[in-house]
Design a protein around this ligand. Structure first.
Ligand code: THU
Length: 159
């Protein structure tokens, strides 16, 4: 038996003004996108923004439905839209943030498990790491790759 370990490193910022300019720009788009969230059930307004290698920035928000499972998280709305409009363009980065009553949450809102799985497959498909910016009003974290969010990814289907 071998005990093994995985180390995840990330950058943490205590002010969004300290973020690299491109990360700040993407996070600002995600912050703006929280205003388009349709979340009458959870009242949790999530915004996401994706930067593509062709310079496109796509923004999205969570969209809920009275038949609860029919809703979709902001991250998957953004990624699926990006992949459907630009299937051959690499996804470089995704920013996500959330607001309650119009106020951006202090702490990072991490992508849920299902979004991580979709992000992981997008990363594999593009063949490059996707930078993940998880923004809060007081704390923002930046992870270099989806692998840091989902180390033991399911990717075992027969080829
Ligand atoms: N949600 C997202 O859009 N992204 C996340 O990372 C976490 C959760 C949405 C789903 C649902 O509309 C609401 O937030 C509450 O779970």
């Amino acid at each position: 038996m071998n005990r093994k370990s995985i180390t995840i490193s990330y950058s943490e910022y205590n002010s969004n003004n300290e973020l690299p300019a491109k990360d700040k720009e993407l996070l600002d788009v995600a912050i703006e996108a929280t205003k388009n969230s349709y979340a009458p059930y959870s009242r949790f307004n999530v915004g996401a923004a994706v930067r593509l290698a062709n310079g496109e920035i796509i923004s999205a928000s969570n969209q809920e439905n009275a038949a609860y499972p029919s809703g979709l998280c902001a991250e998957r709305v953004a990624i699926f839209y990006a992949n459907s409009r630009f299937p051959d363009v690499k996804v470089e980065a995704l920013a996500v943030t959330a607001a309650v009553n119009g106020n951006i949450c202090d702490n990072p809102t991490y992508p849920c498990g299902a979004c991580r799985q979709v992000l992981a497959e997008t990363e594999q498909r593009s063949g490059n790491k996707i930078r993940i910016i998880i923004g809060g009003e007081k704390i923002t974290q930046v992870i270099d790759s989806v692998e840091g969010l989902l180390p033991f990814v399911f990717d075992n289907l027969p080829k």
